[in-house]
Design a protein around this ligand. Structure first.
Ligand SMILES: C[S@@+](CC[C@H](N)C(=O)[O-])C[C@H]1O[C@@H](n2cnc3c(N)ncnc32)[C@H](O)[C@@H]1O
Length: 215
């Protein structure tokens, strides 16, 4: 697993300060009386956005630095965020009642077997009528040919760098197809917005994003 501790320590807002656009667009669908789970919350841009709107959020990440940063930001403004240091695989029984599950930016750092575990975790933890927000990198990402040329392909469209980092790319239509039991509210594939990670170069990812609903 990639360890984000040093990157989060070095760079505030590594993935930007703004929430994901699909969350902003469809956040009104969340039931304010129930809790949202942010899986791989990172520095909390999406958890904080929802908490500022009055929603209760469980913010989960294995990175100790991430959960400390999110916890401090929540405490500073008295926001209803519970931080949990750990992985979705270790989440245990949550009572299957989350009104929303956010999975932003996680699939690209998971192996294919871990993506299968993620699909099962969503099935376990998303409540009835609940919504899943999820993004992935697509094989149309500008970096895909570089990974294919220079990294080792350890599974289908899943590449490992010499220093152990992983990038998994999904094919067109694959993200929604991972969740055949959920209704598609929104699905989009294309080139995402230009952005920078700290002082890094300007990047633009080939993205798939979806908002899906459990009936
Ligand atoms: C690319 S970052 C995205 C952060 C945040 N969701 C965002 O969009 O700003 C991926 C995050 O997933 C976390 N992560 C990696 N493996 C995980 C797992 N098995 N369960 C939960 N989170 C995980 C990492 O620590 C990292 O913070």
């Amino acid at each position: 697993m990639d360890n984000f501790d040093s990157e989060y320590s070095a760079t505030p807002d590594l993935f930007g300060a703004e929430p994901e656009r699909s969350l902003v667009r469809f956040a009104d669908r969340l039931d304010p009386s129930r809790t949202v789970l942010d899986v791989g919350c990172g520095q909390g841009r999406n958890s904080l956005y929802l908490a500022r709107r009055g929603l209760t959020v469980d913010a989960l990440d294995p990175s100790q630095v991430a959960v400390e940063q999110v916890g401090r930001a929540a405490d500073a403004h008295d926001l209803p965020i519970r931080t949990i240091q750990g992985t979705f695989q270790d989440l245990g029984d949550t009572g299957r009642d989350y009104s929303g599950i956010l999975v932003f930016g996680l699939i690209p750092v998971l192996t294919r077997p871990q993506i299968g575990e993620l699909v099962r975790a969503v099935d376990t933890h998303l409540g009835r009528g609940g919504h899943l927000w999820i993004t992935a990198f697509g094989t149309w990402d500008p970096d895909y040919p570089l990974r294919a040329a220079d990294w080792v392909e350890e599974d289908r469209n899943s590449f490992r760098s010499p220093d152990g980092r992983l990038r998994t790319y999904l094919e067109s239509g694959e993200l929604v197809a991972l969740f055949p039991g959920l209704e598609t509210i929104h699905s989009w594939e294309g080139l995402g917005p230009e952005h920078r990670h700290g002082n890094g170069p300007v990047e633009r990812h080939g993205m798939a994003e979806a908002v899906l609903r459990r009936g």
